[in-house]
Design a protein around this ligand. Structure first.
Ligand SMILES: O=C1O[C@H](COP(=O)(O)O)[C@@H](O)[C@H](O)[C@H]1O
Length: 257
C-alpha cells in the first residue's frame, strides 16, 4: 500500500477544477497504456462537483468515454432516479453529457430491482468478479482511479467508524443502520478499495479538517475508515485549505496560490 501524498488547493471550487483536470489526464494516460480504464466514482459534495467540472471542460473529449468502465464505491439503497442516489448525481453532472457505453456503466441496484440490500451487494461483487482479469490477482479489477469523498466522521464510501462492514472481507457488502441517511447502503469494503492503483480522497471544508488529520496521522481504519483507504501505487489526499487546516506544518504541499 502506498503512503499518502497531500495536495492543498485554495478553495473548494479550485479543488474541483484541479481534480477534474487530474482525472481527465489520469484516464487518458490509462487508456493510452492499456486501451481501456476502470474508474470508481464517489457521491457527496466534492465527488459530484468534480464530475460537473469534468463535464464543463472541453478537455473531457480527450477521454475515450466508450472505453471506460464506471463503478461506484458505494450507493445509498434507494430506487433508481432518486435524487439522493450517488448514481443520479453522477449521471446528471457528467454521465448524461458524455458518450459512455451503457453496458460499461455499473450502478449498484436499488430496492426497485426487487433485490434486498444483501442480494444487491452480492450481485455487484459478482459483476466485479466477471470484470476482473488474471493480472488483477483478485476478485475485482485493479481500478485505475478510485475517488472517495470523506465524511466529517472519517467515513469513506459507506464504511462508517466502528461498523461491521469494516471487518468484512467480501468485496461488496450491505450496510444497515448507517449514521448518515439513508440507513441502508451498499459499499465496497476496504480490501476492494485497496485493489485500486490510485486512491484519491477528496475533501473540502473546515468540518472535514479533523477527519483529514486523523486519517493521515493518528488513527486506524476502525476508528477512521479513511485511514484504511490506500491505493496500491498511489494515494492522494486532495484538499482545500480549510480541510487541511488541522494538519501539522510540513504535511501537505500547497498546490494553488
Ligand atoms: O454519504 C456519502 O457521503 C460521503 C461524503 O459526502 P460529503 O457530501 O460529505 O462530501 C460520500 O463520499 C459517499 O459516497 C456518500 O455515499
Amino acid at each position: 500500500m502506498s503512503v499518502p501524498s497531500v495536495l492543498i488547493h485554495r478553495d473548494a471550487d479550485l479543488l474541483a477544477k484541479a481534480v477534474a483536470a487530474r482525472l481527465i489526464t489520469g484516464l487518458v494516460d490509462a487508456q493510452a497504456a492499456k486501451g481501456s480504464a476502470h474508474l470508481v466514482l464517489t457521491g457527496g459534495g466534492m465527488g459530484i462537483s468534480t464530475l460537473a467540472e469534468v463535464a464543463a471542460t472541453h478537455a473531457r473529449d480527450a477521454v475515450e468515454w466508450p472505453r471506460l468502465d464506471i463503478w461506484w464505491g458505494d450507493e445509498r439503497f434507494l430506487p433508481t432516479g432518486d435524487p439522493e442516489r450517488n448514481e443520479t448525481g453522477a449521471r446528471s453532472a457528467l454521465l448524461d453529457h458524455v458518450d459512455v457505453d451503457p453496458a460499461r456503466v455499473h450502478p449498484m441496484k436499488g430496492p426497485d430491482s426487487g433485490l434486498d440490500a444483501e442480494e444487491s451487494a452480492a450481485l455487484y461483487a459478482e459483476e466485479l468478479r466477471k470484470a476482473s482479469r488474471p493480472e488483477d490477482h483478485g476478485p475485482v479489477p485493479s481500478f485505475d482511479i478510485l475517488m472517495l469523498g470523506l465524511g466529517p466522521d472519517g467515513h469513506v464510501a459507506s464504511l462508517f467508524p466502528g461498523m461491521p462492514a469494516l471487518y468484512d472481507e467480501r468485496p461488496v457488502v450491505a450496510v444497515h443502520g448507517a449514521p448518515k441517511p439513508p440507513p441502508t447502503r451498499i459499499s465496497m469494503t476496504l480490501p476492494t478499495l485497496r485493489a485500486a492503483r490510485e486512491v484519491w480522497v477528496i475533501a473540502a471544508g473546515e468540518e472535514k479538517a479533523g477527519a483529514v488529520r486523523l486519517a493521515l496521522q493518528e488513527s486506524g481504519p476502525m476508528q477512521v475508515p479513511a485511514a484504511g483507504a490506500r491505493g496500491r501505487s498511489r494515494t492522494l489526499f486532495l484538499l482545500d485549505r480549510a480541510a487541511a487546516s488541522k494538519l501539522p506544518p510540513g504535511l501537505g504541499r500547497p498546490a494553488s496560490p
